[in-house]
Design a protein around this ligand. Structure first.
Ligand code: CA
Ligand code: CA
Length: 455
């Protein structure tokens, strides 16, 4: 403001004032008056204001296809938060960080109409809302964290028979038996499905076949005469009465570690009133030692072990193992197992990664990948997640403080996706004891369709 004389001298009075302009408010204050916006593959941005006199900004958008939705809320000078709502106005995701921190929401959405609500926590603030969505196939019930969710024997075994889920039965055993209860194995047992007639190969560090809780459930090679130095059944392995040791190239499949014996007990420890009880306590364990007593092995040994299990009568293969790279011989063996109707169950790995390690990552094509949850069905922090590809046949199972058999007649608690996989191998054995003709593809479909996030 400049005041100046034209002629002469004078007093004067200068009166000034300033009133804020009304804040921009292009977004309606209710679902019914929500601002219609377009959400597409390119990010679009909307600037607006919320505060004490405008406590809700609603936006409405419609996705023509399922997709991965992204939202960012930035540029705040006070604390505002944001919610994503479905077509009926229920909150399906929210971001409520403190202070002026930016907010973000990512979500897999099906085609349909959705709302965004921006609202103040304290104070008045402008904001910038940025949204986008890329078209992607979204599978109902699939989570990038837990895949298809917790395996459920009461539904999966019923599904193997094309029946409705088996009725609940009382909790089995004591506190150490939480694993079989969490996967609803007792419901299948009550119908008479206990793994009878099913052989589960444990590709691991070996198995203590003399353990009192396992000795009655060890597969033996009926075509082989023990200790005569001959390959009686002509399968290429001499005196392989109790499986074969591919780590050391001999017929000693005992467990000098403890890992394999623990895995075997989770599958088939006897239901005999003491110790542990396996998920499929009448199935039989085929010991296939592909890991040395120190727990290491080679992919060529794993591939040979898979083929040995398939060719010698295994119906299910448990592989609580993994490595840092992929391998063509293992891929080929996995495909062979699937083609012969043998279901390979693989531990997802313990790196806390966003997707399974190898070979569990092959569960996009063959077999099943398994992550670990605790006794409250919470994802274990160490467990590799399912990843964003819903072709991944990934389910979760008990893998934190699991009680099972250890060598030399022992018992103990171990944690890992190595402990989760045999729970699923056990459920598959229950399914096959109900319906021996199921293919790998059928088992993969039923297991995932009946798991916790879906059913
Ligand atoms: Ca032989
Ligand atoms: Ca027992």
């Amino acid at each position: 403001i400049r005041v100046y004389p034209y002629t002469g001298d004078t007093n004067y009075n200068l009166a000034v004032s300033a009133a804020p302009l009304a804040p921009v408010d292009l977004a309606g204050n209710t679902l019914a008056t929500a601002r219609a916006i377009t959400v597409g593959s390119s990010t679009t941005s909307y600037t607006d204001w919320v505060g004490s006199t405008d406590t809700n900004d609603y936006y409405r958008f419609t996705l023509a296809n399922s997709g991965n939705f992204n939202l960012g809320l930035t540029g705040m000078t006070a604390d505002a938060d944001v919610q994503l709502l479905n077509s009926s106005g229920s909150v399906i995701a929210s971001s409520v960080r403190t202070g002026t921190a930016s907010e973000s929401i990512t979500s897999q959405l099906s085609a349909g109409t959705y709302y965004i609500r921006v609202y103040p926590y304290t104070g008045d603030t402008n904001y910038n809302l940025a949204v986008s969505a890329t078209t992607a196939t979204v599978t109902p019930g699939y989570s990038a964290i837990s895949g298809y969710g917790l395996v459920n024997a009461a539904k999966a075994v019923a599904g193997a028979l094309n029946q409705t889920p088996f009725a609940d039965v009382p909790t089995f055993g004591g506190a150490n038996d939480w694993g079989v209860n969490l996967v609803n194995a007792p419901e299948a047992w009550a119908r008479g499905y206990t793994g009878q007639g099913v052989v589960v190969a444990v590709l691991d560090t070996g198995v203590d076949r003399n353990h009192a809780d396992l000795a009655g459930n060890i597969w033996t090679n009926a075509g082989e005469i023990a200790n005569d130095g001959l390959d009686n059944d002509g399968n290429g392995y001499v005196d392989d009465v109790y499986g074969w040791n591919f780590a050391n190239g001999n017929n000693n499949t005992l467990d000098g570690n403890r890992h394999g014996t623990h895995v075997a007990g989770t599958i088939a420890a006897a239901n005999n009133g003491f110790g542990a009880t396996g998920v499929a306590y009448n199935s039989r364990i085929m010991p296939v030692k592909v890991l040395s007593d120190s727990g290491s092995g080679s992919y060529s040994g794993v591939a040979q072990g898979i083929r040995y299990a398939v060719d010698n009568g295994a119906d299910v293969i448990n592989m609580s193992l993994g490595g840092g790279s992929t391998d063509s011989a293992v891929q080929s063996a996995l495909q062979y197992a699937s083609s012969r109707g043998v279901i390979v169950v693989m531990a997802a790995g313990n790196a806390g990664a966003a997707q399974p390690g190898y070979p569990a990552s092959s569960a996009t094509s063959w077999g099943l990948a398994v992550g670990a949850v605790d006794s409250s069905n919470q994802m274990a922090s160490f467990s590799n997640r399912a990843g964003s590809n819903s072709s991944m046949r990934y389910v979760t199972a008990p893998g934190v403080q699991v009680y099972s058999t250890l060598p030399n007649g022992g018992y103990g608690f171990l944690s890992g996706t190595s402990m989760a996989a045999p729970h699923v191998a056990g459920v598959v054995a229950l399914m096959l004891s109900a319906n021996p003709n199921l293919t790998d593809a059928q088992v993969r479909q039923i297991i995932t369709a009946t798991a916790g996030n879906v059913a």
